[in-house]
Design a protein around this ligand. Sequence first.
Ligand SMILES: Cc1cc2nc3c(=O)[nH]c(=O)nc-3n(C[C@H](O)[C@H](O)[C@H](O)COP(=O)(O)O)c2cc1C
Length: 286
Amino acid sequence: MAKCLIMYFSQGGTTAQVAESIAAGLRREKYEVDLYDIKEDQQPDLSGYDLLGIGSPAYFFRPPFVVTDYLNNLPDLSGMPAFTFVLHGTYRFDTARSIRRVLARKGARDAGHFHCRGADFWLGYLKEGYLFSPDHPTPEELSQAEDFGSQVAGHVAGKPYSLTEEERPPTLVYRLERFFMNRWFVEQMYSRMFKVDKNKCTACGLCVKMCPRANISEDRDGYPVWGRNCLLCLTCEMKCPKDAISTPIGWPLIRSLMIYNVRHASRDPSLDYVRVNHSKGQTQRI
Ligand SMILES: Cc1cc2nc3c(=O)[nH]c(=O)nc-3n(C[C@H](O)[C@H](O)[C@H](O)COP(=O)(O)O)c2cc1C
């Protein structure tokens, strides 16, 4: 039986859902499928696999650093077929292209691409009162993902495949945003802007536990201390039940970019959203 390994990063669970659906489609075609969460931080052994799948959310119009680092550490893939899938709350632009570029450099053969929307719990938007793409992926999108899994099996077997949809690069403002969210800024500037209000913090350790990069440690009194290995997912601030954490999201440059994004996306008829209130780690629909 042919074997497939699907590796994905999923902080909010939507990429994981799509990974499961694609796996179901592949199993329909008699593939044995293993799923691997990149957060586990160990490079799985690829020997014995015939097909590779890489799933990622769009983070600032590119894959999160954790995904690119992971891909860069993959061994030579010597012609192994590989497919990609991307989840996005608003605009993904050419996120998948950078994943495919690394895979091609590693010698993988492109076996297909899937993308769909995923509920966008990016704190920058929640704080402005917007949850984009709520309830995505929908049952229909998940069923399309399952069909995609079957199609991939066909591509591997030799059915012709070419990427049909054009993936545009970001427009100027979004390109600037991507630039301001690059690794240098994150490591050298934003990482230093995380603060905890010790009058509110109960040292519950939730932020430490939730950080996907294990980037938060505890000081002697149990208060969080941030390192430089941040993805800017802001899960720490988002999940804090005491609203004790402040992050670079409050910084005027980032705040104004968020306001621009929310204005733009909320006027785009192709996107859906609900209005929300976010406080004390909870997002409530209004
Ligand atoms: C830090 C961060 C940055 C994001 N940047 C983008 C983006 O640039 N474009 C987009 O369409 N969605 C963006 N999103 C939304 C996610 O891509 C989307 O919600 C995805 O479904 C999340 O996947 P997950 O649930 O597997 O974590 C971002 C979300 C986060 C947390």
